[in-house]
Design a protein around this ligand. Structure first.
Ligand code: ADP
Length: 440
C-alpha cells in the first residue's frame, strides 16, 4: 500500500522525513476512498452517491496535499547523503517515485470527477476545486482560490441557501456556470470545521423525467376518446335484449368504467406533477367535510358506521378541487378496505403546528413493511383486493402530490387486522378563520 510505504520510508533512518503535521493513518484514506467509490456505485449516484463522492473526494484531496508535502520534504534527500550506500539510495529513490506516481494518479482522479467539488476552509474560503466546478459553478483558477464562497455566489440561486447555513441539499437550481443546466447541491462537513461543496448536473435526468411525464400524459389523453366511444356503445346495449350476454355486458361495462377512471387519474397526476404551486383560494371546510361524509355514506351503502368530528374551526387556503380529491380519496379507501360492520371516523382538528384532517378505519390494516411505498403509483398490497374494490392504484399518489402542493404531509399509521389512520398535516400558513363564501 502506497501510504504504508510512505510512512515506512519516513520512519526509516537515515531517511527520516520530518512529519510536522498531525499523524496520518495509512489505512484511513484508501479505506475512505474505496468505501466512497463502492457506495457511489451501489447508490447509483443518488443522495448517498453525494455522500460517497464526498468521502472519496476528501480522501483524494488529503492525498493530494500529502503528495505535495512529501515532495517538499524529501527534496533535500534527493542528493545522496555521505553515510548512505548507493544501493540504499537507489531503493529509496525508486520507492519515492512509485509513491509519487500513485499519488499523482489519485489527484488526477479527484480533478476529473464528474461532480463539481469545492473544498472550503473554516472561513468558507475556497481552498481547492476540480474541473467540473469550473464548468458547472463557473469557478476559475487562479482568480477564485481563496475567495469567500458567499461573495463568489452572491448573485446566484446559491446565495440564500449559503446564507441560511446550507443545512439541507438544494435541488434543481440553475448552474451558475451553465445557466441552461440544472444542478443539485449539497454541503458536507469534514475535518476541523472544513466543508465540501458538491454539485451534480441533473439536466439529463430532468430531460428523461420530462419525456416520461409527456409520454404518460399523451398516452392517457389519446386513450380518453376511444374509451369514451366504447363506454357509450356499451351503455346503449340493453342486457334485456340479449339475456344470455347480460353477465358479459355487465363485466365489460365495469371494466371500461375502471379504465376510464385510470386514465382520468393518470391525467390528474400528470397535471399535479407539472404544477409548482396552487391557487390560494378559500376552501370552506364545513361544506367540504359534509360532502366527503355524504360520498362515504353513498359508497358504503349502510355497511359502515361513519362519524364526523370537526373541532378545528378553520378553513383551508389552496385548491378546492384538488383538496376535495385528496380528502375524499382517503375516505373512499377507508370504505373500500374496511369489511362490512366496521366503523370510519373523519376528523378535522387543531394541532400545535396547524390542523390535521384524518380518516380512521377499523379495516384490514397495512403491514409495516408496505407503509413507505404506499404512495407510489400502482403500489398495492393486494392487487386483487384493490381491483375488486374498484381501485386504480393511483389514489394515494394523487393525495401525496396534492398535499405537497399545499406544503402538507401525509402520515400513515396502521395495525394489520385492526385498522388504519391516514392523517394530512397542514401548517398554520394554510389556515383561515372559518367563514366567507361557503361554496366549495
Ligand atoms: P387503490 O386504488 O388500489 O386503493 P391507493 O393508492 O388509493 O390505490 O392505495 C394503495 C394501496 O394502499 C391500496 O391498494 C391498498 O392496498 C392500501 N390501502 C390504502 N388505503 C387503505 C386503508 N384505509 N386500509 C388498508 N389498506 C389501504
Amino acid at each position: 500500500m502506497a501510504f504504508a510505504d510512505a510512512e515506512a520510508i519516513a520512519r526509516h533512518r537515515p531517511y527520516a522525513v520530518p512529519m510536522n503535521q498531525p499523524a496520518h493513518h495509512p489505512w484511513k484514506l484508501p479505506a475512505a476512498l474505496a468505501a466512497g467509490i463502492v457506495m457511489g456505485a451501489l447508490a447509483g449516484w443518488s443522495v448517498h452517491g453525494h455522500i460517497a463522492t464526498g468521502v472519496a473526494v476528501v480522501a483524494l484531496i488529503e492525498v493530494a496535499f500529502l503528495l505535495t508535502r512529501i515532495r517538499h520534504e524529501t527534496r533535500p534527500m534527493m542528493a545522496q547523503p555521505a553515510d548512505v550506500s548507493p544501493l540504499q539510495h537507489d531503493r529509496f529513490m525508486t520507492r519515492t517515485r512509485r509513491i509519487a506516481s500513485s499519488l499523482r494518479d489519485l489527484r488526477n482522479a479527484a480533478s476529473h470527477l464528474p461532480d463539481a467539488v469545492v473544498l472550503l476552509d473554516q472561513e468558507q474560503q475556497v481552498r481547492w476545486f476540480n474541473h467540473a466546478a469550473e464548468s458547472l459553478l463557473g469557478l476559475r483558477r487562479p482568480r477564485d482560490r481563496g475567495v469567500f464562497l458567499q461573495q463568489r455566489f452572491a448573485h446566484s440561486d446559491l446565495s440564500g441557501w449559503l446564507q441560511d447555513g446550507a443545512q439541507e441539499p438544494l435541488n434543481d437550481i440553475s448552474a451558475p456556470g451553465e445557466p441552461d443546466s440544472q444542478i443539485n447541491v449539497s454541503m458536507l462537513p469534514f475535518g476541523r470545521r472544513q466543508h465540501l461543496l458538491l454539485a451534480r448536473d441533473i439536466s439529463h435526468l430532468n430531460r428523461l423525467e420530462q419525456i416520461r411525464r409527456d409520454f404518460v400524459a399523451n398516452v392517457s389523453h389519446e386513450l380518453r376518446t376511444p374509451l369514451t366511444v366504447i363506454h357509450g356503445y356499451l351503455e346503449l346495449l340493453d342486457p334485456e335484449d340479449v339475456p344470455e350476454l347480460a353477465p358479459v355486458l355487465g363485466e365489460m361495462r365495469s371494466q371500461s368504467k375502471r379504465m376510464g377512471q385510470i386514465v382520468e387519474d393518470l391525467l390528474t397526476l400528470s397535471r399535479l406533477e407539472t404544477q409548482h404551486q396552487v391557487a390560494d383560494e378559500r376552501v370552506p371546510m364545513a361544506s367540504l367535510l359534509a360532502t366527503v361524509r355524504k360520498e362515504a355514506e353513498a359508497l358504503s351503502q349502510g355497511r359502515h358506521q361513519i362519524t364526523l368530528e370537526s373541532t378545528a374551526e378553520a378553513d383551508l387556503l389552496g385548491s378546492p378541487k384538488d383538496l376535495h380529491s385528496a380528502l375524499s380519496n382517503l375516505v373512499s379507501n377507508a370504505v373500500r378496505y374496511t369489511p362490512a360492520g366496521g366503523s370510519i371516523t373523519i376528523r378535522w382538528k387543531r394541532t400545535p403546528e396547524g390542523a390535521a384532517y384524518s380518516v380512521t378505519d377499523t379495516g384490514f390494516g397495512i403491514p409495516a413493511s408496505h407503509l413507505a411505498r404506499l404512495t407510489e403509483r400502482f403500489y398495492r398490497i393486494s392487487s386483487s383486493r384493490s381491483r375488486d374494490s374498484g381501485g386504480t392504484g393511483l389514489g394515494l399518489s394523487i393525495v401525496k402530490h396534492v398535499l405537497n402542493l399545499h406544503q402538507a404531509q401525509l402520515r400513515i399509521e396502521s395495525t394489520p387486522g385492526a385498522g388504519s389512520t391516514f392523517t394530512c398535516l397542514f401548517g398554520s400558513a394554510r389556515l383561515l378563520p372559518p367563514g366567507g363564501n361557503d361554496e366549495s
